[in-house]
Structures are given as structure tokens and as C-alpha cells.
Design a protein around this ligand. Sequence first.
Ligand code: MF3
Ligand code: CO
Length: 252
Amino acid sequence: MITIKSEREIELMRHAGHLVSEMHQFIKPYIKEGISTYELNELCDKFIRDHDAIPTCVGYEGFPSALCTSVNDVVVHGIPNKNVILKNGDIITIDVVIGYKGYQGDAAWTYAVGEVDDDKKYLMEHTEKALLEGLKMVKPGNKIGDISAAVQEYAESHNLGVVRELCGHGIGSEMHEAPEVCNYGIPHTGPTLKPGMTICIEPMLTFGKRYVYMEDDGWTVRTQDHSPAAHYEHTILVTEDGYEILTPRLDN
Ligand code: MF3
Ligand code: CO
């Protein structure tokens, strides 16, 4: 069932989403050569709790931490680790879900560590733009497939691989609600968007082939060819005439 949120629920999701945006701003200056993904997680976990909020990923289906920290060829769900220390030229996706008074906000950005090569710059730039192409399709009357197709068309026309094993999702009091929002699909298909729906759009794109595998830890998803991957995600409210980003970037 796809839920329509009330004004009160939307207000709480705005607050949760804003905390997600603030946490990304908070952690950005720490993303430097020499820090471990474990330390990044510790800082964010404290930031979230200090804001009267809950790091929803902790304990979710056994996931151990507040953040997913996905470095280079890790596509999603990298587990923070004392032995994963950032190096100049790495890219890292920080993905976080924050709960506030029972409602969730969810956003991921990929960050450069120091100076990254042109391939990684290209991947990051066009993965974020693929998300924006998906956003342009969000308005009442359009369908989920319109978002999916727009992301896929943009990504593939820029020669990036579209990971198919993982999709975006509805969000609300639960981090994952209906509908699924995949990054590939067919226009004019799937559920119709209505005001008050809240969804996460999250292209996961690769610089090489689109194929991925899961590590034995049951979480870490990597590209099979070990090409780098990027991931950008926003929590979005469908409004009367379009959309509102509930996790706005505060840095540009
Ligand atoms: N933002 C991720 C998602 O949309 C969050 C995964 S958190 C975890 O699925 F707890 F599942 F790891
Ligand atoms: Co998500």
C-alpha cells in the first residue's frame, strides 16, 4: 500500500530530512585522507543522537551502524570499519537514515577524498544529474516508471552502468515502504504519483559494467569489475504541482 502523508506527518518528515541534510554538512569536513570509516560513523551517530533523533540503520535487519560508508567499488551498504582508512583519490558514499518522532529521512551523497581522477569526477557529476533527471518527472499524474526511465536514459546515454539489484523506495514511518522506485524502467508504467506520497530516488551508477556481487558479510555490494560506483539519494515529497526535496543539499 502506498500511503499519503498528512500535514503533520509531512512536517515530521521535513524535520527528519533536514537533520539528514545537516548531518551531511557536519561530516563533510572530516572526509579527508587518514580518517577511518569507523570514525566517520562514530561522529555521525553522536550528531544524530545529540539532535534528539535516531540512527535508523542501527540494528535494521542486523546492520551494525548509523551510516553506510561505501568506498570506490563498493556500491552500497559498506559497513564502517577501523581498517578502512580513506586515501587521497578515493570516493566515498555516505548514506544515512534518520528517524525523528517516528518519521524517516534518507539521503546519500558521494564525496571525493582530496583530488580524484577525471573518471571519478565524471561518474559523480553524472550520477547526481541522473537523480535530478528523475526528479523532473515527479508530479501528480506521472508514474513511477517515468522516473525510472528518465534515470536510466540519462545514465546509459552517459555510458554509466545502472545497478538493477537495488532500487529506491517509498518512505514514511518506515525506511522502506511501497512503491519500489527502480533506476531502470518503462515510461507510463507503474503506480501513479499523488500529492502527499513520499519516495526516495537513488541512482546507483557504475563507471564500468553494471554487474555487482555481495560480500560474505551479507551487506557490502561491490561492482564485479571493480570499477568505481556513485550513489545519490533524496527523500522527496510529491506536491500539488511537482515535488519538494525533504533532504535539500545545504552546500550549494
Ligand atoms: N539508504 C539505504 C536504503 O535506502 C539505507 C540502508 S540502511 C541499512 O536502503 F540499514 F539497510 F543498511
Ligand atoms: Co534509501
